[in-house]
Design a protein around this ligand. Sequence first.
Ligand SMILES: O=C1C[C@@](O)(C(=O)O)C[C@@H](O)[C@@H]1O
Length: 254
Amino acid sequence: MSHTLSIKHLTIGEGAPKICVPLVGKTHAELIEETKLLMSLDVDLVEWRVDFLEMVEDIEQVKSVLIDIRERLKDIPLIFTFRSAKEGGEKELSSGAYIALNKTIIETGLIDIVDVELYNDEQTVKTLIHSAHENQVYVILSNHDFEKTPPKEEIVNRLKRAQELGGDLPKIAVMPKNARDVLILLEATNEMKECYANRPIITMSMAGNGIISRLAGELFGSAITFGAAEKASAPGQIAIHELRLILNVIHKNL
Ligand SMILES: O=C1C[C@@](O)(C(=O)O)C[C@@H](O)[C@@H]1O
């Protein structure tokens, strides 16, 4: 497997981290407005955080919103994410509903990447990875800890596990209590990149203390960084133009 991943015109894992912006609208109309706004910004990827949608349990509605979003995004790669409440998202779905939603959307051919949470039962993870790969959709295999930063070995182990299970983009987001915690995340990222990863990974230390991890991914080894348009989907995301400026400064000097 290559250390980079190409989607449309984008090569993830090469050069500066790619900027992803979340769509967090609650209704079809809000999402259309938000998508229009994103199209005026300098973004590389868009993540639809479908757990914010009021009608998320109605898969037909989700599909019809998706058709409109996809059309407006033109060739910008789209990530589809249902983030569960236990990992910092807005809602919880039964495992049957989670599989049905993701599988149906994967099969539309309208998304480029699906986010699957690592801590689903193993069969769910395997089923969704299989279905994604059959449909030429890449998988972010993700894990979030909004309470704390686990020890370095634990962070590396989760990223390794995500890679072993076949996630194309292993990802972890953790919450720091202090500067030491931010260093732990950066060290784990760098160790994963240097010693174990054979594909791009995504990591972040959240909130204000973690901001450096959203900026310095090119040095430490994180391939995608999340910024905010009007509304952030997690603490610590900064405005896109600021993000691009800093990523470029770092890129030029490395
Ligand atoms: O998992 C992630 C990363 C994130 O939690 C962040 O901290 O930027 C934001 C989420 O929208 C996304 O799904």
